[in-house]
Design a protein around this ligand. Sequence first.
Ligand code: UDP
Length: 240
Amino acid sequence: MTYQRVLLKLSGEALMGDLGYGIDPKVVADIAQEVAEVVQLGVQLAIVVGGGNIFRGVKASAAGMDRATADYIGMIATVMNAMTLQDALERSNVPTRVLTAIAMQEVAETYIRRRAIRHLEKGRVVIFGAGSGNPFFTTDTTAALRAAEIDAEVVFKATKVDGVYDADPTTNPQARRFETLSYSHVLTHDLKVMDSTAIALCKDNNIPIMVFDLSVPGNIVRAIKGEPVGTLVGGSCAVS
Ligand code: UDP
């Protein structure tokens, strides 16, 4: 395996499928099945899950809600997703722990870095819920932060596209996909890989980011084996 400890970032929308809101149980079951395959390979996997399928702080604050309050609601939404994913994983016989950055001891363990690492060493999948615990941040930034904390070798950013392009591939047939990209290029050109705080954190800590399409079955395993399934941010720039 190319990677032994991986941080997988799943957006809330990844759990939504085509529903437009909430959680599609079939999609979650499919993701759980893939994660089970990864765990069988002996790879340590931690997951940061978003909440955009349920609630987004920025959107609610644009509609007039206090931003910090809205962000706390967004963080709580991620816990619903984390628990749903845990349930699906355990039904696929994958031992899983949810660790939340906001204490909710009746439903999940509170995030303690060393405990998270211990779970990973014991072969359990760790799902980080409640984002970073701080408003004004995103779960992308949480993914970069937790990856640095647990010493993950890579962040897998699962999306709906097969990588990063130099133009919009849906409207421009000339658009070319990057095989590799530098952090600086992503930041300078404001490419929508992850938000700039997340990119900067990965850059400062030399954590590569693999952007790939989650909807292609087997892609997580392929990415773990080092196959070129998407765009790797963290090298120099090269197009495919
Ligand atoms: N959020 C936050 N702090 C964090 C992580 C998340 O305040 O550290 C809130 C924020 O309101 C965000 C919401 O939680 O809009 C859901 O997270 P995000 O938008 O990153 O989810 P995704 O787009 O990945 O589904």
